[in-house]
Write a protein that binds this ligand. Sequence first.
Ligand SMILES: Nc1ncnc2c1ncn2[C@@H]1O[C@H](COP(=O)(O)OP(=O)(O)OP(=O)(O)O)[C@@H](O)[C@H]1O
Length: 234
Amino acid sequence: MSNVLEIRNLEASIGGSRILRGINLDVPTKSVFCLMGRNGVGKTSTLKAIVGLLAANNGTINFDGIELTKLTTDNRALTGLGYVPQGREIFPHLTVEENLHIGAIARGRKLKSELERIFTLFPIIKEFLPRKGGQLSGGQQQQLAIGRALLTEPKLLILDEPTEGIQPNIIDQIGDAIKMLREEGKMSILLVEQYLDFCKELGDTYAILERGAVASAGPMTELTDDVVKKFLTV
Ligand SMILES: Nc1ncnc2c1ncn2[C@@H]1O[C@H](COP(=O)(O)OP(=O)(O)OP(=O)(O)O)[C@@H](O)[C@H]1O
């Protein structure tokens, strides 16, 4: 199986402290990859280094044959990264429809063609098109943020803790959407997640970070209870 993303010896610092200490990751093409680990081990920082919000001091990030560390954040997005940060970051004063338009315009796409697909994944988005983004619940905003990222037709959808602080029925809907995307087989998904059952249900492969480096990685079916206890249980 080929990899859509290959990270080698990635190092990055924040305010003088070494946060990423030589990360090595392989995300197989057209599958769901879960990046896990306890609080503060560097999961979000790894995603930021991929999309260009955190500068790498060392190492390479090869995305579909392109070396990302040499590109600006804007140009990285154009290579086909769809990033949904922690906390969603939708525009609260714009309507749901306007929020979606921004996702599409970002890659110069026509909105119509892709919208129906988003509505199938998240019916609530269609229902709430005229509402202001800020009026949606946290879970609905998460769905909107994922929908908006999908409108850019990414090769790699990057989700940072999509279940965090979200009610169980919406977690299920997001899980179903990830399954549908996986079955469509058009893109790869890099999921940062602390919710182990969600990862186990959806993930094909995983990596667990510990103090800025990968402590364990492999097929999700080979994630053992011992590893979970050692690196994930709090
Ligand atoms: N802006 C910042 N200034 C100083 N330290 C930071 C900053 N952002 C992150 N850190 C530190 O970097 C380390 C890694 O943070 P990161 O957010 O990548 O971890 P994480 O695994 O995503 O954790 P979480 O699940 O809590 O988001 C932590 O120890 C954190 O305290």
